[in-house]
Design a binder for this molecule. Sequence first.
Ligand code: AMP
Length: 170
Amino acid sequence: MDLLKFIRSVPDFPKDGILFRDVTPLLADIEAFTSAIDKMVVLSKQFRPDVIAGIESRGFIFGAPISLKLRLPFVPIRKEGKLPFEKESARYDLEYGNDKLEIHVDAFQPGKKVLLVDDLIATGGTLEASSRLVESLNAEVVGICVLIELSGFGSRELLLGRQVSSVLQL
Ligand code: AMP
């Protein structure tokens, strides 16, 4: 199944010069959504994770079904101010702006193998900050799985040494 045709490219959103890759057409088609999750599950399995960590908010949409299919715990990495309990935080730069991500200090035990999930990698800043969060809890990032990987934004350099796998490369 060609999943590319379910990704809508919207110019100048949320800012001039950004070509936004909109996954809502894919989510709205049950065959395409199922196929995307199945492919991400295959990619995720190779890392043999103990835990799936999804990044707010589209990382939740893809990460939660992967965790259910692999029968693994799901941990949310959230934007600043959303998590109620004691947390670690990390600042990061986005393709458009910068922000802070947080994780609960009891999200997983030290030494756990964590797979990070998001919808898309552009600069890799979000996943780099998420990796730092996981490592601040003395857990290990065994891999990163995304639906879409954009080339030309330097993510491979920023995430050098990390295992990145993607369903679609644009
Ligand atoms: P980055 O940190 O630059 O790799 O950006 C990745 C995060 O920002 C992901 O959570 C994406 O959902 C979002 N994002 C960045 N650029 C785009 C884009 N061109 N289209 C859709 N989402 C994007």
